[in-house]
Design a protein around this ligand. Sequence first.
Ligand SMILES: C[S@@+](CC[C@H](N)C(=O)[O-])C[C@H]1O[C@@H](n2cnc3c(N)ncnc32)[C@H](O)[C@@H]1O
Length: 220
Amino acid sequence: MKDQKEYWENSILDWEDISYGTAEAKPVSLVERVAHYFRGPVRHRPVVALEIVKKVKPARVLELGCGSGRLAFALVKEAGVSHVTGVDISGPAIQFANERAKSLGMSDKLNFIASSVGDLDIAAQRPFDFVLGMGLTPYLREDEFTRLFQSIQGSSFLFDVHPKGASFQNFSHAVYRSIKGHPFYNRFSKAEILDKLAKLGFPNVTWNESQGVYYITNVK
Ligand SMILES: C[S@@+](CC[C@H](N)C(=O)[O-])C[C@H]1O[C@@H](n2cnc3c(N)ncnc32)[C@H](O)[C@@H]1O
C-alpha cells in the first residue's frame, strides 16, 4: 500500500482532468470512466467554496490540498481575493500551479508550496484571513487534523467532510480506493467532527450540505 504522498504525487493531475473534464477527454481506464460519473459532488465543491468566499470577502486565503490550483486561480479571478497561498503534498501539482501563475503574470497573487499539511509551518503562512480545504480532510491523519485546527485558531475556515454511513456512494468509493491501492481515508460522523472541533476550541462550527457536498465552517 502506498503512503498518501506516493499516492497523490503523480495521480492528482490525472484525477483533476478526469474529475473536472469529461470522462472521454483522454484514454482512461474503465474504473476512472465510471468514477467520473460519481463525482458530481467533487465538481460542486468549487461552487460552494466560491459562494462562501464571495460572501466573506477575505483578502488572503490559505488553501490546503489545493492540487494544481484550479480553485486558487478562481478565488483570485472570480472572488476578488488578493492573495492565495496554496499547499499540496504533490510536488508535480505544485510545480504546475507555480508555472501557471508565472505564465499568467499572477505570481504576486498566487504562491504554491509543496508540503503535507502535517509538515507545514502554518504560523509562517500568516497573515491569512481564511483557510480552505476541499477534498482534504479524509486524507489527514488524526494528529494532522488536530494540529491543523490548533494552528488556525482565530481564523475563519471552510472544509468539506466525508461523513460515515451506509450509502451506495461510500460503498463505491471504498471499492474504488481498494482497486487503486489508496492509503488511509477517514470518515467521521457529524457528532464526532463537531465534538472534536469543540474540544479544539471551535464551539460555533456549523455542518452543512449542498448537492452532496458536506462542509464545516465557522462563518455565518
Ligand atoms: C481529492 S484531491 C482534491 C483536490 C482539490 N482540492 C479539489 O477539490 O479538486 C485531494 C488533494 O489533497 C492533497 N493531499 C492529500 N493529503 C494531503 C496532505 N496530508 N497534505 C497536503 N495535501 C494533501 C492531494 O495531493 C490532492 O491534491
